[in-house]
Design a protein. Structure first.
Length: 289
């Protein structure tokens, strides 16, 4: 991923990446030392700004003619992650959703399909997300409000980003953390220290009564679970002892994870001696690249 533009810290680099993705032309627009809000005030000044039109160019090139794939992509980008919720929001038939997802996942690699990651497959529990961080940000915050940008009301869009950012960031960071951990686990010593894990996913019950951010297994279809983990990507609060206890309780729900190690990922550090087997920082994650 590298250090984007003038990012001054690893956490800052991830903050930028969640907005502009890996597009060098957009990353170059972010001035050194500028906050997210400062950057967006300029980058969303009107509907012809590069941060706005880049996605439209991508969609025109990849999804010519619009139709069901665009409607489905808009639903996924709005935050719908299950098949039925996507179908309801997109207003497309079940067959149309299936065909559109095949285009978006297999044909264009714009959307990713994830299943709960454990030693026991859970049917009908798949989740769908937009792969590229920039397109995910655009679909959530920019695309639905092009009319405001056309009227010169970029300030309203920026305020909306500011209001919803913490919740949005908490979920958007998850696939980046999983990918970085997989890169770190390519080192045999790190893999051994985390129970032999090589592949990282997440786990959830169908109705989300239990959700585990990180599950590390020995293969893409795991026969053994090496660790379970939680991500706390907060501005100032460290990873706390009660959160380790909650992670330990949730471990018992993940098939094959009864003896798995406990891993914490935190943007803002850790309370001392909280009982984690591994503590991962933004610097560790960025170093994976």
């Amino acid at each position: 991923m590298g250090r984007l533009g003038g990012a001054t810290s690893a956490a800052d680099a991830f903050e930028r990446y969640l907005v502009v993705g890996g597009l060098p032309a957009l990353a170059a627009l972010w001035p050194a030392g500028a906050s997210r809000k400062e950057f967006l005030r300029d980058a969303l000044r009107d509907d012809q700004a590069p941060l706005v039109v880049q996605a439209l160019w991508i969609f025109d090139g990849e999804l010519q003619g619009g139709g069901s794939p665009r409607k489905v992509l808009q639903a996924v980008g709005a935050g719908e992650v299950t098949f039925n919720r996507i179908m309801d929001r997109a207003g497309v038939s079940q067959r149309g959703i299936t065909q559109a997802l095949e285009v978006l996942i297999d044909g264009k690699a714009i959307v990713r399909r994830d299943e709960p990651f454990s030693t026991v497959p859970l049917g009908k529990s798949a989740r769908y997300t937009v792969v590229d961080p920039y397109l995910r940000f655009w679909l959530r915050f920019i695309g639905p409000h092009l009319d405001e940008l056309a009227r010169g009301r970029g300030d309203a869009v920026v305020d909306r980003v500011d209001r919803d950012w913490m919740v949005y960031r908490g979920k958007a960071i998850e696939p980046l953390v999983r990918r970085a951990l997989e890169l770190l686990l390519a080192d045999p010593e790190r893999s051994e220290a985390l129970g032999g894990a090589r592949t990282v996913g997440g786990w959830w019950r169908r109705h989300n009564s239990v959700e585990v951010d990180l599950v590390g297994g020995d293969a893409a279809r795991p026969t053994a679970i090496g660790f379970v983990g939680s991500i706390k990507w907060r501005e100032r609060e460290p990873f706390a002892a009660p959160e380790v206890l909650a992670l330990a309780r949730h471990r018992a729900a993940v098939p094959g994870a009864e003896q798995a190690r406990l891993v914490g990922v935190s943007r803002s550090g850790f309370e001392p001696e909280i009982g984690l087997d591994a503590q991962i920082t933004p610097e560790d994650l960025l170093g994976a690249w």
